[in-house]
Ligand binder design. Structure first.
Ligand code: SF4
Length: 288
């Protein structure tokens, strides 16, 4: 893997044309094109991650998601991809040939997607948009901080997604409560996240996404990495089906200037520890 990311991988703008919700992203983690759906245009999140790339210096206030507009944007985006015109416009014209494939529709965006009260409705809407032979195999990915997975309405949505090629990518960036608080700055206890990941992973195979960084120039301390690996090991031993662990670092602007990307060799060291647990792992340097 090159430590110099291609330009296309660092361009993860959530704004495309005049769209309010739907945006295209070429992502190494998706190994192709991911169509993002931003369910948090108000930028509200129950985490305040020090590495978050969402600029919250200005907050738009309460913004309702208009599902009719969202559906229109999604259908238009799928047509743009199917017709090939997306690959003709910058920066997508830089996309390597092997990545010019639609991998997924991802619920992500400027906050925690499962906090959207009509989350299941929007999952159904996205699944319907994929009901055509040419889109068979396109996944519905939920990129989540796992804080709300215990809520019945979210669990119901996940069960729907299980039957519609869904995939859960759950964030786990720490091994200890103190490091978790240092990084995520939230009122949600770490144990809640761990319990939710375990419960979700017992019901379906899940992906764990773990971002590591330098904080004030310091990599995660070795005891923290050990604690993180112990959490993964515990989840695994308790029946959490982890199909992949993604180890990556920051690629874009971060909320706090004292956050900088972790080097490839350090990422690989953490990944080696994950591999020793018998888990599949992918490492991504400086790309999202
Ligand atoms: S959970 Fe995601 S959106 Fe929320 S603060 Fe963290 S990185 Fe940003």
């Amino acid at each position: 893997m090159s430590s110099k990311p291609l330009n296309i991988f660092t361009q993860h703008s959530r704004h495309w044309r005049d769209n309010r919700y739907v945006y295209p992203v070429v992502s190494r983690r998706s190994k192709g094109l991911s169509i993002g759906i931003n369910l948090n245009p108000d930028k509200v999140c129950n985490f305040d991650c020090i590495y978050c790339c969402v600029d919250r210096r200005s907050m738009p206030g309460r913004v309702e998601v208009n599902l009719d507009d969202l559906r229109g944007e999604l259908e238009s985006m799928l047509a743009t991809v199917a017709g090939g015109s997306l690959w003709k416009e910058p920066p997508f014209d830089q996309t390597p040939e092997e990545l010019r494939r639609l991998n997924d529709i991802a619920f992500s965006g400027d906050g925690e997607p499962t906090s959207y009260q009509k989350f299941e409705e929007v999952c159904q809407l996205a699944a319907r948009s994929l009901e055509q032979p040419a889109l068979k195999g396109v996944k519905l990915v939920v990129i989540t901080n796992a804080t709300l997975l215990h809520q019945a309405r979210v669990q119901s949505a996940l069960i729907f997604l299980d039957a519609h090629n869904g995939e859960l990518w759950a964030k786990l960036d720490a091994g200890t409560e103190s490091y978790y608080q240092l990084v995520e700055r939230t009122a949600v206890p770490f144990q809640r996240v761990l319990d939710n990941i375990l419960a979700a992973g017992r019901l379906r195979p899940i992906v764990i996404q773990s971002l590591f960084m330098n904080i004030h120039g310091q990599p995660p301390p070795p005891p923290e990495v050990e604690a993180y690996l112990a959490r993964l090991s515990h989840l695994h031993s308790q029946g959490c089906r982890i199909k992949l662990v993604q180890i990556y670092t920051t690629a874009r602007n971060t909320t706090e200037a004292y956050v900088t990307p972790l080097g490839l060799s350090q990422l690989q060291q953490i990944a080696a520890g994950v591999k020793q647990l018998g888990l599949a792992v992918d490492t991504y340097a400086g790309v999202a």
